[in-house]
Design a binder for this molecule. Sequence first.
Ligand SMILES: Cc1ncc(COP(=O)(O)O)c(C=O)c1O
Length: 404
Amino acid sequence: MVLALKTSGIRPAAPTFEEIFRDSEEAAASLDCEAPVLCFSPATLAAQAKQFIDGFSGEVAYAVKANPCPKVITVLAQAGVDVFDVASTMEMEAIARICPGAELHYHNPVKSRSEIATAWHAFGCRRFAADSHEEISKIAQTVGSSIGVEIAIRFCLPSQKASAHDFSSKFGADENTAAELMKRAAQCGFAPVLTFHPGSQCTDPQAWVRHIETAGRIAEAAGITLTRLNVGGGFPACYSGSSGPGLATYFRAIDDSVSAVFGDNPPALECEPGRSIAAPAFSLLTSVKLVRARSADLFLNDGIYGGLLEVTQVSDLLPFYRVLRNGQVVSTTDQHAFTVFGPTCDPLDVLPVPLLLPSDIRETDVIEFAGIGAYGMATATNFNGYGSVSQVTVKNAYTGDNNC
Ligand SMILES: Cc1ncc(COP(=O)(O)O)c(C=O)c1O
């Protein structure tokens, strides 16, 4: 046994997925949960990837930043993903180790010259994103006018107000600049393509439609036939305060608008989801360290410096959650709003919204958070000496809401 079961009292640090349980209830019943436990369902991950591969009419790249865990990459590669959106050379290394033949899209629009050179020479990367003349110059000066290099011009629209994270304040050229950049990339000897990101956890399919219409105008203004269009990530996962209408609705909106804009000569499509693929495959078991009954304060063994950072950025991204006691779901209408603190000594380590929990919640009860697979593990820190998690495999993931 690698993990500490309830009786052993010894828990080695951060074991990784060797233990297999039917579901998180069984895991919670068997483990001591002294450290938070990540429950990973490879089947759920593969099913999410398959939804994209079968339903999206183009190439599906996985945005590694959402969850770079080697197990995740391995399952996705087995499910048929062989293109990866990478943001750094570290991510390239992670992919090269697991799937050496994979195609890499270096879609971080800002890269140092050294990163560009490493991507080009060490990892054979032939796709670079840019949203400025300066970045195109850096790429041209680093790789020369090499045949077969594609520059993905990243454009943006003003905030669509439909996403949890709006990227347009940081990345993306406006429509006119994007047309100039396409021409500039072509003059440098590169193949120009277009890319956009409507914002992470974007719930409105029309946001994609507006971007695709803009892509049509940009290519026309540049006088360049668009051969490839990357419609980004941004597809939503399910949170208690935010979810979308289902992936098929997004895919239909994208197909319809590409037909309307490009007619008989459509660009080849690509997407690069992270959140929507990775989120539902993991849940997080956190255990209650203390309940201060009088003030309705509750302390967990994980918090915003661990797997729950995103809740502090956008409270709509509060995951679905439930309480387990001895592996059984506690369902009661006798609930109370608790202020939930994480384990560190930092007063900022508190969830921004109270959680409705059973009034009799007690030490060692487990609060399970669903859909923690994207940007939860990836952004967790070891602040204050916390952050170590146990990782187990489950056959069925707790996703919080069967309708999602
Ligand atoms: C260039 C790029 N592509 C794809 C993604 C993945 O986005 P999401 O996780 O919202 O699907 C991101 C997220 O930051 C990104 O920057």
